[in-house]
Design a protein around this ligand. Structure first.
Ligand code: SF4
Length: 145
């Protein structure tokens, strides 16, 4: 276990998602406060427990357009979906998830494609547009899985 420069500890290196988080590039997308469980370790506050709204970086959003606007405003390159239990509003979660591209992040004015294989990230290249990056990701995904 090593101590990071971000006041935390990690095993086996930084998880890919954490890299975006510490750089402030990750949008936190709170889908719902609803959850049927009552885990002792739950960090969901009482105030949020039955929240019905979608919160993108704490901003209440009624439409996908508003979520996308927050992505643009915050210049997020990745999204972490959280709750409550996002699976309790599955259709909404899937709809929002389809607005992004798996394995593709914006880096400067290019799009980087990468894929996780056996807990390691394989870099697939930088592309001028998101569609090309997505195609390469999809091709590699088909090959690997
Ligand atoms: S939100 Fe997650 S941690 Fe909290 S009670 Fe539900 S399942 Fe458990």
């Amino acid at each position: 276990m090593i101590k990071t420069k971000f006041d935390s500890y990690c095993l086996n290196g930084f998880a890919e998602g954490c890299k975006y988080c510490v750089k402030g590039e990750k949008l936190v997308l709170f889908m719902t406060g609803k959850c049927k469980r009552d885990c002792w370790y739950c960090s969901l506050s009482k105030k949020r427990k039955n929240e019905k709204s979608i919160l993108a970086n704490e901003k209440k959003c009624k439409t996908i357009k508003e979520v996308i606007q927050e992505v643009k405003d915050s210049q997020a390159t990745s999204v972490g979906i959280t709750g409550g239990d996002p699976l309790l509003c599955l259709n909404k979660t899937i709809k929002l998830n389809k607005t992004g591209r798996r394995g593709v992040v914006k880096v400067g004015n290019k799009f980087r494609a990468s894929i996780g294989i056996n807990n390691k990230q394989k870099h697939l290249g930088y592309f001028k547009n998101i569609e090309d990056a997505d195609k390469v990701y999809q091709k590699e995904y088909e090959k690997q899985f």
